[in-house]
Design a protein around this ligand. Structure first.
Ligand code: PHB
Length: 395
């Protein structure tokens, strides 16, 4: 049925799309450019973040403050040169109002010159090295930081009888952050680091390192590896017999990623991790999220990367609501500072000083329930700020 109202709206829509091409005229569409690794070894991150973003739009519609949200998704294949080139292209040719995504730290860092020049926000939905948000005033983060996740694991380890620990991390930004902040906390509380192992980011083979860890005979091994690599690690951990040797596995939740956890099988059982999101988080918001996500994505289970996408999209929507639809970069970034909401992961806030996320970090244990493996939360560290920033600002 064509009502008068829909006819007027349709005509106005036509007129507006013609006018939108005229510079200086108010835009009716807000364009969000997502740059993600959709191919290559980190494609699971791209797939999860995009699915989180699309789930948000499916649950909350594609119109906010009178503006239609248009998503443009591009694959950078985990190559920083590509990320920068695509960002430039999205700004210049597509006229995007906001950039988002960024599956690895070097990819997020690559867009700093572009966002500084264009003065538009870049919502970091995945990458998690603390210092990223210090490299431009236009970064804002909806994922997490490695210091934020690693300090609670250090506290827990020291308070639960672990004395001698080997650290094993990927040798780049987030791995160094995890090693540094776990070590700081664990040793301040009386623990000892027996050995600190760094493995290459690309094509890691853990076997020789794990042999060294076994020989050092620690109480536990603390691990950070980026999302997607955990299954290979878990297999080699089991093959080398570390669990039988009584070496406990503690890690950030990147290692027991919900997307891969079921494939890891028995060797993952009992692993203790600290992180901001578990698909098993018990809240009405998370139940609704997991259900919507799975039903729209062939039963795929959402992991922590997906929730970075989901909340990153909320950040954009809530900022647009606050500005009354003003999508200029300065207005959006200002509006994002200090926003608080209840995410599927729990309560979160964007720190107005650092543009980084403040959130609960949960301690979890891998357990079996209904024939599936889950990260089951058993303790909560509330409203954790990125400790690296808290130190820098003397807090
Ligand atoms: C990063 O490169 O910043 C990164 C990637 C994957 C993770 C965490 C951090 O799971």
């Amino acid at each position: 049925m064509i009502t008068r109202r829909s006819f007027v709206a349709a005509s106005a829509g036509l007129a507006m799309s013609a006018l939108a091409a005229i510079p200086g005229h108010a835009q009716e569409t807000v364009k969000v450019g997502l740059i993600l690794p959709m191919t290559g070894p980190f494609a699971s991150t791209g797939r999860q973040v995009e699915a989180g973003v699309r789930t948000y739009m499916a649950m909350h519609g594609d119109t906010v403050a009178g503006k239609k949200i248009e998503l443009v998704v591009r694959d950078d294949a985990s190559t920083a040169d590509q990320t920068r080139r695509i960002a430039q292209e999205l700004v210049v040719n597509e006229g995007v109002n906001v950039l988002g995504g960024f599956g690895l730290t070097p990819l997020a860092l690559a867009v700093a010159p572009v966002i500084n020049q264009a003065k538009i926000p870049a919502v970091v939905m995945a990458a998690a090295t603390s210092s990223i948000t210090e490299q431009s005033d236009y970064y804002v983060r909806s994922s997490f930081t490695l210091p934020q996740a690693s300090v609670p694991v250090g506290t827990w380890a020291a308070e639960n009888g672990l004395k001698r620990v080997v650290t094993l991390v990927s040798d780049y930004g987030p791995g160094i952050d995890a090693e540094t902040w776990f070590t700081k906390e664990f040793t301040a509380k009386g623990g000892e680091i027996v050995e600190a192992v760094r493995v290459p980011l690309q094509n890691p083979d853990f076997a020789p390192y794990l042999q060294r860890v076994r020989d050092a005979d620690p109480d536990a091994i603390f691990v950070f590896l980026p999302s997607g690599v955990g299954s290979l690690f878990m297999k080699q951990f089991a093959d080398r017999g570390l669990a039988e040797a009584g070496i406990k596995l503690i890690a950030t939740g990147d290692v027991t990623d919900d997307d891969l956890l079921n494939d890891m099988g028995q060797p993952a059982l009992g692993a203790i991790t600290g992180h901001h999101y578990s698909a098993a988080h018990d809240s009405p918001e998370n139940k609704a999220y997991v259900e919507a996500f799975k039903s729209a994505h062939n039963g795929m289970r959402p992991n922590f990367m997906s929730v970075g996408g989901y909340d990153g999209m909320h950040l954009i929507y809530a900022a647009l609501e606050k500005t009354g639809g003003d999508a200029t970069g300065e207005a959006l970034i200002e509006a994002m500072k200090g926003l608080s909401w209840t995410s599927p992961r729990g309560p979160i806030t964007i720190d107005p000083q650092t543009r980084d996320i403040v959130q609960n970090i949960y301690m979890r244990e891998v357990k079996e329930a209904d024939g599936e493996l889950y990260n089951v939360e058993f303790a909560t560290y509330e409203a954790v700020k990125d400790p690296a920033k808290a130190e820098a600002s003397g807090q």
